[in-house]
Design a protein around this ligand. Structure first.
Ligand SMILES: C[S@@+](CC[C@H](N)C(=O)[O-])C[C@H]1O[C@@H](n2cnc3c(N)ncnc32)[C@H](O)[C@@H]1O
Length: 406
């Protein structure tokens, strides 16, 4: 149906279910409108903020009938700053909404009915479990006067901020927020779990300056990883340990296993697997980014049974196919997921188990359907609340081949 709503128009609607992406679905005279800052079963006034061919987007600007799950946002920038979209939702209801999205995505994209609990994460900086103080990395932007802020919802405009409640305390109170920076620069502040702190300033011309050490140390399950200050690392303080343990539980590695760590970054999951496969086992680690590979080479310099491959997963797997199968595989692709081509070559290597770490339930559900077509079935899925106050959620799914009864 064509959208006849207008930008800025105010409409009163009943809010329907949560959808992927953190907004709720509503209808106005038959037209679909995706509404931010609302909750299912509320009646709200929505301001139309953008129009697409077959739907509109809007923001709830007045709540006429409120959900019992609605709370006063703990952050004074909520609703304005684009960093969080669930500040108006009680922390337990946030997890219920994320679980509903996972179930809906699997129903729609994989044609599989699943129920999952989104697990609450322990956080030493947030002992009351309010969903605050968990970001160990924040990229701020400097406005025309050089003051830091974060982007407004769906906009290039900045909201100037003095502190960020979802950042860990050392970032929330960082001196960087009081400092004036070159206008237009991105100022990324990172702290590691060993106390290293780095500020990277990227200017509009593409140059960058690193204030602090260019690498930080991160300790997980007794192993220390070197990670480039600008390289990938899991953001929630609990994530590296929780995900490593979930991957071990998923794959049940044993001595002598040959494993794959695909989209490996600095090698977080290789580190976890090494403790289980012994010296008779071996791991092929695959990563495309140069900083990630440089870190992996340092992190496994003394592990003769880890082979590091610098390149695209698809090309590396195609090369491996000619050299025989593998026992287990973990993959942790970017938001877009692994896709059919990668999964086809991976399944041809006949791992007995695959652990798929996913930050987007839609990509995971789509890839679950591909895996089923390739003979690998979903046998378990867990979900972790690693991004409280936002709609984001991390999953670890386990797949096993269907054995031919004949
Ligand atoms: C979500 S991160 C996971 C990193 C690591 N597993 C961890 O938990 O620290 C995804 C990683 O995949 C890498 N990557 C993205 N596309 C890739 C590709 N086509 N082939 C190989 N690596 C890729 C990125 O550089 C990034 O390090």
């Amino acid at each position: 149906m064509k959208v006849s709503l207008e930008l800025g128009q105010l409409i009163e609607v009943d809010i329907g279910p949560i959808a992927h992406g953190g907004h709720c679905v509503a209808r106005h005279e038959g037209q679909v409108i995706f509404v931010r800052h609302a909750l299912p079963n509320e009646r709200v006034v929505v301001e139309v903020t953008s129009l697409a061919k077959s739907f509109a987007r809007g923001d709830a600007v007045r709540i006429i009938q409120s959900s019992p799950d609605r709370v006063n946002a703990p952050c004074r920038y909520a609703g304005n700053c684009g960093g969080c979209d669930f500040q108006h939702v009680s922390i337990s209801a946030q997890r219920t909404l994320k679980a509903a999205v996972i179930t809906e995505q699997f129903h729609r994209l994989a044609k599989i009915e699943i129920a999952v609990d989104v697990e609450e994460m322990a956080n030493e900086f947030d002992e009351e479990g309010r969903g605050l103080h968990w970001r160990t990395r924040v990229a701020f932007l400097a406005d025309d006067e050089g003051r830091l802020g974060l982007r407004r919802n769906h906009s290039h405009d900045l909201v100037r901020i003095e502190s960020c409640l979802i950042a860990v305390p050392s970032i929330a109170t960082t001196q960087a927020l009081a400092h004036r920076w070159p206008p237009g620069s991105v100022v990324q502040v990172t702290v590691s779990n060993t106390g290293d702190e780095v500020v990277i300033v990227k200017n509009e011309a593409g140059g960058q300056e690193i204030l602090g050490a260019p690498q930080v140390d991160q300790t997980v399950l007794g192993r220390t990883f070197r990670v480039a200050a600008d390289g990938f690392w899991q953001v929630h303080p609990a994530a590296p340990k929780v995900l490593s343990e979930a991957v071990i539980d998923s794959l049940s590695p044993v001595h002598g296993d040959h494993g794959l760590d695909l989209y490996a970054g600095a090698g977080l999951f290789t580190g976890a697997l090494l403790s289980r496969i012994g010296t008779t086992g071996r791991i092929d680690l695959v990563e495309s980014s140069t900083p990630g590979i440089a870190d992996a080479k340092v992190n496994f310099a003394h592990s003769a049974n880890v082979t590091i491959h610098h390149g695209e997963v698809l090309r590396m797997l195609e090369g491996m196919k000619r050299r025989g199968g593998v026992d287990i595989a973990v993959l942790d692709p970017p938001r877009a997921g692994a896709g059919a081509k990668v999964l086809r070559v991976l399944c041809a290597l006949t791992p007995r188990r695959i652990a798929y770490v996913a930050c987007d339930p839609a990509a995971l559900a789509r890839d679950t359907a591909y895996l089923r077509d390739l003979g690998y079935f979903l046998v378990d899925i867990r979900a972790f609340d690693l991004f409280p106050m936002t709609h984001h959620v991390e999953c670890v799914a386990t797949f096993e081949p269907v054995l031919d009864a004949g």
